[in-house]
Ligand binder design. Structure first.
Ligand code: VGL
Ligand code: ZN
Length: 222
């Protein structure tokens, strides 16, 4: 069975699925300090996907000004970068126009000055995998920036923690063409399903949750 057959023509989303939006922040979009070419094109694609899910994880790069990855002469490929996504600056903001459900989970990463953190699964203060297991999430759909770095690592970490991983091809963009092509090939070989956003359909099934007086869901399994 080929990967394409395995992943199906269309994918019905439901209660056991989560949408992960990786680092859709000003510095990674055109005009930002670590701009990904056409990075802003993921925004309308992600916005269209949001209603097909009942759980959403948004990660953001959230660096201190003295972060270990920052360099005046960044080489990019070696993991040295121009300063970007510095806490409290405009470049660290989520992109204007990116929708975010009020009960989305926000995961800040890269805030330890000494340590690089490309994926929300590597954050110490939050057990993201455990959070998703507790809510019976088995599949994650990955979107955002950048395909060859934080998106790639998020896919690999999700796989290693036992999730079925869908990479939404038209909802990601990469820093460089060769490393982006390499990341796609690596991720497919590792077992990630590559889907296009129009192949994702909402079954309408949602986790059952009572609501508090503010309309926020109260999870029995917290
Ligand atoms: C990223 C390089 C450095 C990313 C973050 O979001 O892919 N890339 N920091
Ligand atoms: Zn970073």
């Amino acid at each position: 069975m080929t990967l394409e057959e395995n992943c199906g023509e269309t994918t019905l989303t439901g209660a056991s699925d989560a949408l992960i939006v990786v680092d859709v922040q000003d510095d990674f979009c055109p005009g930002g300090s670590l701009a990904v070419e056409r990075g802003d094109e993921v925004i309308p694609v992600i916005n269209r996907l949001i209603p097909s899910f009942g759980r959403w994880i948004y990660t953001r790069d959230w660096h201190p000004a003295n972060h270990v990855s920052f360099s005046d002469q960044p080489l990019f490929r070696d993991g040295s970068w121009p300063p970007h996504a510095v806490q409290g600056t405009r470049g660290a903001e989520f992109c204007r126009g990116l929708d975010m459900p009020m009960n989305a989970i926000l995961v800040s990463k890269g805030d330890d000055p000494e340590r690089e953190t490309y994926s929300g699964f590597q954050v110490d203060r939050l057990d993201l995998a455990g959070y998703l297991y507790a809510r019976k999430v088995t599949r994650v759909f990955i979107t955002g920036l950048a395909t060859d770095y934080c998106v790639r690592q998020t896919c690999l970490d999700a796989l290693s923690r036992g999730f079925q991983v869908y990479l939404v091809e038209d909802a990601v963009r990469g820093v460089a063409p060769d490393s982006t092509a390499g990341a796609f090939a690596e991720l497919m070989a590792a077992g990630v399903c590559r889907v296009l956003s129009h192949q994702i359909e909402d079954s309408g099934e949602r986790a059952v949750a009572p609501y508090d007086e503010h309309g926020n869901p109260i999870y029995e399994d917290d």
